[in-house]
Design a protein around this ligand. Sequence first.
Ligand SMILES: [Mg+2]
Length: 214
Amino acid sequence: MILILDLDDTIFPATSLDYSIFDKAKSIVESYTIETFGPAKSAKIIEEVKLTPFDVVARKYDFPEEMIRLFEKEINAIDYSLDINVFDDYHYLKNLNVEKYLVTAGFSRLQKAKIDALKIESDFREVFIDDPFDPNRQFKQQFFEQILHTTQMPPEKTWVIGDNPSMELKAGKNLNLNTIQRLNQNSQRSAYADHTIFSFEDLSLILNTGKNKI
Ligand SMILES: [Mg+2]
């Protein structure tokens, strides 16, 4: 059996990030969206940028290439030293004697800084970052396929654990993997989740019996 984990809002609460480090990058999105869509919609788009992969928002609102490059430049200039912590129940995951892989989407430098700050790298056999700025971008599903290929693990023994209703859980279902959604407050239940958990404490029961405690 292997586990494939998402990072943001699965291993640590993304809301605990101090978003002021993104102020300069944010102002680039802000000035473009205020001018194009007006202040009210701009505020809504900024919220989406915080919670959704940047390329998804960029496509949705058709951000011009030039503005995306400027944003990328600012993101890469940030000096990341993050003060974040894993969820309190993380030790239940860490102590499971199962091989784990981390597949996270986001800007490489930021995702690496999060992994460093959380001190979790050694908990995973391998870490993959799905960077929206990578010109040869692979998406989560391709990383999952790569893991299955390397480990030769059958899909029924491979578990994907994440919070996002449509990203990793959907990619997992596309490959017939088992999926577990970590629900947080206000999160929407995914149609692609076989099981749901509120804490990693509930993991071992699901992995051992396939039954959901909740
Ligand atoms: Mg997530």
